[in-house]
Design a protein around this ligand. Sequence first.
Ligand code: UGA
Length: 506
Amino acid sequence: MSGRSNGKASIGKPKIAVLGMGHVGLPTALGMAELGWEVLGADSNPKTIAVLKEGRSWFYEPDLEPLLKKHLDSGLFIPTDDVDGAIASATVLFVCVGTPQGDDGKADLAQIENIARTVARNLNGYKLIVEKSTVPAITAQWVKKTIARYAEVENRSAGKGSGNGKKVRDNHAIPEFDVASNPEFLQEGKAVENFFHPDRIVIGVDSERAQKLLESIYRPLNCPIVVTNPTTSELIKHTANAFLSAKISFINMVSDICEAVGADVVNVARGIGLDPRIGMGFLSAGIGFGGYCFPKDLRAFAHLGEEHGVDCALLREVERINTRRIERFIKKVRKALWVVQGKTIGVLGLAFKPLTDDIREAPALKIIEGLLREGASVRLYDPEGMPNAQRVLPEKPGRVTYCHSSYEAATGAHALLILTEWAEFKEIDLPKVRGLMEVPVLVDGRNIYNPAEAHRAGFEYHCMGRESMGHHFPILAREKQAPRRKRAVAAAKPAKANGKLPAVVS
Ligand code: UGA
């Protein structure tokens, strides 16, 4: 997308500014510093910048802080809250600001527009503006138009302000600029690894100058580079996220069929995934996808298609299947516990996926809210996600308890739920957990355990799309140890709403 570019390449070692120091911008900025570029990391939030200057990231992302410290020291990464200044002093501007969901699922592009206007104010020489945020098709065209429009306004007001009635700048004086699309495919929790080992880089350009600049930045990463026009590039990002979401909803639908007919979804996924036309990735059945990207991007993509008269029922169904995972899982908990009211439920995992503290659109939180509505008490643990979770779901004595470990969350529980597949949950000492629980019921929303092993460890084990094990044993572990007479008394008593179960569950 060229704004008056003559298409000639003149490449020195231009300065880079990354605008927006979030989950995309910060890893991108530090990755580029590691590649040897001088990078300004700009964000209008002074608190974010103050934290970065101290060598700390404001969100959890593996390997990010060492890279931050390294390049604060090397001087290649300079955080700043002066966005205008960063734009004025850099040549390549990577736009990594948020594109939250607006009305009707449409992407809210106010922050993108704001950046375009800020660029217009600071267009003091050639600049390449690169969209990295996920944006709907034709956003690059709008960015180009907005920069040109407001740069001309700046021009006119500069003319008015000259005092002698003559314009000091005119339209022809607006410096050249290009707008390109370069979508990111970084996954939270793997952002640094993904930056240095991408499967591919996509660049959407319409000038040779922009193409050469972007290729010179990415060449050291040694991966295929797909060069196309900006609109196609924008669509590639939406299509990738929609396709991956569709894979997840597809396997989740298959998971429900597996449960109904007694098949095993893990083996179905392996059986189909080994076919390279299908691939193994994103075929883990469970409680569905969450996070800041898939749910919002899927809605924005469907919205875009429908706006142009395209039938996007396929995308809408992907979303519907995902939404229904929450109730489906809660039903599983109900089936395991019979009555949820008054039960204590341990929960392992709050973040929308492992290796992040991000809880946005996390399925875990929706499930917890559902169980609280049914009168359960919850004991929660996540290795990184608890501070963020506490902000939306504060501690409430007797109802919502945050714990320091998996074992603490399991203590006294009538069921333990696995809602995020953190590696440390796979490694817990299951017999020890069982000994701490009031009732050894394990409901695994992410299929992290081998059902036979979980059962051998003494659990009644419920999972997703695989055979649940042990939910017919008549007498529970704790009760087995109780003396005969006490057991008979307990069995005769009605269930109490104080969180204690009757002694026999069938
Ligand atoms: C996703 C894409 O994978 C990235 O390529 C993209 O750059 C990013 O969105 C973005 O648009 O910024 P991310 O949201 O960080 O990355 O996380 P994913 O690893 O894709 O997981 C998304 C959700 O799907 C998680 O809730 C995860 O638990 C769920 N999931 C994933 C499944 O339920 N099953 C699977 O087999 C895989």
